[in-house]
Design a protein around this ligand. Sequence first.
Ligand code: NDP
Length: 330
Amino acid sequence: GREWVLLSRPVGWPKPEDFELREAPVTEPGAGQVLVKNLYVSVDPYMRGRMSAAKSYVAPYELGKAMQGGAVGVVIASNDEGVAVGDHVLHFFGWREYATFDAKQAVKVDPEAAPLSTYLGVLGMTGLTAYAGLLRTLSFKEGDSVFVSGAAGAVGGQVGQIAKLKGASRVIGSAGSDEKVKLLLEEYGFDAAFNYKSGDVHTLLKEAAPEGVDTYFDNVGGDHLEAAIQNLNRDGRIAICGAISVYNNTEPAPGPRNLARLIQTRGRIEGFLVGDHYDLQPQFVQEVGAWVRSGELKYRETFVEGIENNLEAFLGQLRGDNTGKMVVKL
Ligand code: NDP
């Protein structure tokens, strides 16, 4: 089977020469192991961080070794009594066609309950990120207004819709194209949305939120964060989920110039990591699963076909080629 290997640590935007798609042997499962054929492979912005050597909350990818990431596949050989051939599993050995690993590292998923790709997105890691970040980190409550950036992406689209379903007074989103803005307004039910490429984010946000914002869910960083601080209401909260606008920077990005506004507003900024919030998983699956089934919560997926396009899918996500969750379909 083929697998993607990191050859050198990218500087700035990752280049094709930093990677190699190589042929690797498919190994039979040892005691307690399973052999899985991947069907859907996730690409996620945090993987950019793992391509660098800097220490973070997950270890950097090792040079010369297969990269990792979320994936859903079907078990084609099992040497573990808890997992049967034909079972579908969520696991962490993406960026490859076949994976052999301990059955303990696999979570069974039900293809009858939901399309398999959704366990990577709306019902998976990005969904829980939206849920935990909004409800726990932002302490969202009914009547709050919510601004979310990256709003047509996997996490952002779900943040805005959950906020609406839970009684937000106003939901404002930003995204990188007019088509995405249209999706936010016409399909996801946002109250206001703007294309951040069409002007200055400060001005665009002020127009979209004339009464300011109570909460900001930040996927982007940079001038979006500064604009949110500028338009934050009294006792406002900001959750730092991601900072995709700076992930390929070679120099540290300048910080928000207006932090002192937090004094006036008694504002609070807090970062969070989805990995700390898996205790919310059962509640998330129940509540969000019901909204997805009833159609109250809409979601999009962008599929790129073939393991040979895994890298291109990843880069495309950083550029904004995706609407909703970016998934590689094998
Ligand atoms: P998305 O589906 O949102 O895809 C990334 C999107 O980022 C692109 O579609 C693009 O949309 C947007 N983007 C790219 N460059 C810029 C830029 N310079 N300015 C503004 N927007 C940009 O990805 P996810 O939903 O998976 O992730 C969203 C964020 O959440 C990321 O920052 C990610 O790192 C973070 N994250 C954090 C987690 C945590 O535990 N804290 C867990 C999971 C994700 P557009 O066309 O609108 O530019």
